[in-house]
Design a binder for this molecule. Structure first.
Ligand code: ADP
Ligand code: MG
Length: 595
């Protein structure tokens, strides 16, 4: 008995659809790419309910003839390649002729299209691979393709979709990956009637700013390089604007977003030690290479690519980024972590050098206890033996702060010492404590912010001149959500337009830092914090605010300030760890000192 059937096209297409379109964002990608392949210069994306009910792409490209408007939904129907040889010189985004057939198998699709030379266009309606209607109609040149009720006949897929927020974030990511590199085309994105992006054709930097916010214009260095093998053009973030998460890292090859760990590593290597620990640069880099030097047989949904010359590419990319970083930044800007230089000029002619004198304080003994003033319990993880088991130490006293202006040359058991502008060294009964000033201050501020009873810190200071700040659409939405919480902490911020906010007051103890970068950084911290350790949003917000308000490394502190900081720190119940869980204090025990 024969048991083999040939599957009907509609079933085969539905199976294939699972590969190409696994979620609304997959359909968005295919439709946007088709519009670009059709030579459009303006492409508008309209989405409803995160793509569940509607994904529509309107372009002003070539349009299709009456019969092409039907044929395009057939499997392996493509106008982009004709012969096998064409596969080795692909210049279009699509070429497999599968996308529309797949989409039409799992949705209700309506295409309206008109060729530029025709007076009338055509409308085709297709549902689950079956054409239900075609009629002529007057419509604009180009194509409008509307995908309605995606997965209407595949309940399993439909049920697997995540909530709208998640699906929409996938769609926005697809939108960014396409629009970032096609900055010479105009794009817009509308969701549920709200315009999220309206991007005009322009330069790459304008596009980056359009997607991520205007401040990005000042945060980037230009990377440009042209060799026989590759043309590189893009932007990399200045080291001081690095991020705690690998967020905005975009690599493109021949107009297509790719993931390529080795090339990403090349970019990060170029920064070498310009970045603080655990921070990552943002970059937007487009490579143009001969299409025959990359593997064309890329899966439509995969972003991995193989290069024939990947070692050479790696070296060229790294040196291009390195050059960009070196060329635009002054040495002083880069060496923010190095200790101050001893730049001593030549001695005057009749200068007689003097024998250096050693001065010391005879009564100094770092381990002698001074009478206790405060008694504080501190839990310190015992580093050497049991890294995970915290051991209870009791610090009988803290060296009492004094206000004497003691010279650093005569160390005095009652003073603190600042090293490298980032650590405070002080003595405890149990040894010598090295305190990270920034983390310590973060802890102090965080504790003050989270103690809701403390009204003092919530006082705000009204700004002399209101400051207007601009954000990317995503950040603007987040900031909008956080406004009531921020008001609690002393910020007065009001929306003034879609992505613009006006700040009229800030918390009283916010130092006079620039508001725009501070808020940008705070939102970015908040996103990171909210995702990681913090269970509730107030804690995440306080942690990100504390990071912004804390003193930085490199900030010189007076004796009084250091002593205040140390005293405040030890008054915190969790003095040993920063809000994000980083170690604040290292204690060097007397035995270790002796060694
Ligand atoms: P591919 O893009 O791989 O060729 P698709 O299924 O995505 O396959 O599209 C099939 C064909 O339909 C394309 O080759 C193109 O000729 C036509 N087409 C699709 N979208 C458009 C559009 N927006 N404008 C003009 N033609 C289009
Ligand atoms: Mg296509």
């Amino acid at each position: 008995m024969d048991i083999i059937n040939i599957l009907p096209d509609s079933v085969a297409n539905q199976i294939a659809a699972g590969e190409v379109v696994d979620r609304p964002a997959g359909a968005v990608k295919e439709l946007l790419e088709n519009a670009m392949d059709a030579g459009a210069t303006q492409i508008d994306l309209i989405v409803k309910d995160a793509g569940r009910t509607l994904i529509q792409v309107i372009d002003n490209g070539s349009g299709m003839s009456d019969s092409d408007a039907r044929l395009c939904f057939e499997r392996h129907a493509t106008s982009k390649i004709h012969r096998a040889d064409d596969l080795f010189a692909i210049h279009t985004m699509g070429f497999r002729g599968e996308a529309l057939a797949s989409i039409a198998a799992i949705a209700q699709v309506e295409v309206r299209t008109r060729l530029h030379d025709n007076d009338l266009g055509t409308v085709v309606t297709i549902e689950g691979s079956h054409i239900v209607d075609q009629h002529p109609e007057s419509c604009p040149c180009g194509t409008s393709l509307a995908v309605k009720n995606l997965f209407f006949n595949v309940p399993a897929r439909r049920n697997f979709l995540k909530n709208d927020k998640v699906e929409m974030s996938h769609i926005e990511e697809v939108f960014r990956r396409i629009t970032l590199i096609h900055y010479d085309l105009g794009f817009s994105l509308q969701h549920n009637g709200k315009v999220l992006y309206d991007l005009k054709a322009g330069s790459m930097l304008q596009r980056i700013a359009g997607l991520f916010g205007n401040p990005y214009k000042e945060r980037m260095y230009n990377v440009e390089e042209e060799t026989d093998l590759v043309k590189i053009k893009g932007f990399v973030s200045r080291p001081e604007f690095s991020r705690k998460t690998r967020g905005e890292q975009y690599l493109f090859v021949n107009g297509r977003f790719i993931k390529h760990p080795a090339l990403s590593a090349a970019v990060e290597k170029a920064y070498a030690d310009l970045l603080p620990d655990h921070s990552y640069p943002s970059y937007f880099i487009g490579l143009t290479v001969d299409p025959s030097r990359i593997d064309v047989n890329i899966h439509p949904t995969k972003t991995e690519v193989k290069f024939v010359d990947d070692h050479a590419l790696f070296a060229i990319l790294r040196s291009a980024v390195k050059r960009a970083l070196g060329q635009f930044s002054l040495a002083t800007e880069l060496s923010f972590d190095t200790p101050p230089e001893f730049n001593i000029g030549p001695a005057p002619k009749d200068f007689v050098p003097q024998q250096p004198q050693v001065r010391y304080h005879e009564g100094y003994n770092p381990f002698r206890a001074t009478p206790s003033q405060t008694k504080i319990k501190l839990t310190m993880p015992d580093r050497a033996e049991k890294p995970d088991a915290p051991e209870e130490l009791t610090i009988d006293n803290i060296v009492p702060p004094t206000t004497t202006n003691s010279s650093l040359l005569t160390p005095n058991s009652q003073s603190c010492l600042q090293i490298q502008g980032r650590y405070i060294v002080t003595t405890l009964n149990s040894g010598m404590a090295i305190i990270d000033q920034q983390r310590a201050h973060e802890r102090i501020i965080y504790d003050r912010l989270t103690q809701s009873s403390n009204q003092a810190i919530k006082q705000s200071q009204t700004l002399l001149f209101p400051v207007s700040c601009q954000f990317s659409a995503a950040d603007a939405e987040l900031l909008g959500e956080l406004l009531p919480d921020l008001k609690e902490y002393g910020f007065e911020i009001a929306a003034a337009g879609q992505c613009t906010f006006v700040v009229t007051a800030t918390p009283a103890d916010l130092s006079d830092s620039e508001l725009q970068p501070m808020l940008d950084q705070m939102l970015s911290e908040y996103k990171g914090a909210a995702m990681q350790k913090f269970s509730n949003r107030t804690a995440a917000l306080c942690a990100s605010m504390a990071r912004q308000m804390a003193i930085r490394k490199g900030q010189q502190l007076t004796q009084e300030e250091m002593q205040q900081l140390v005293a405040d720190l030890f008054a915190c119940p969790m003095a040993e760890l920063s809000p994000s869980g980083k170690r604040i204090i290292t204690i060097v025990k007397p035995e270790e000192l002796l060694k």
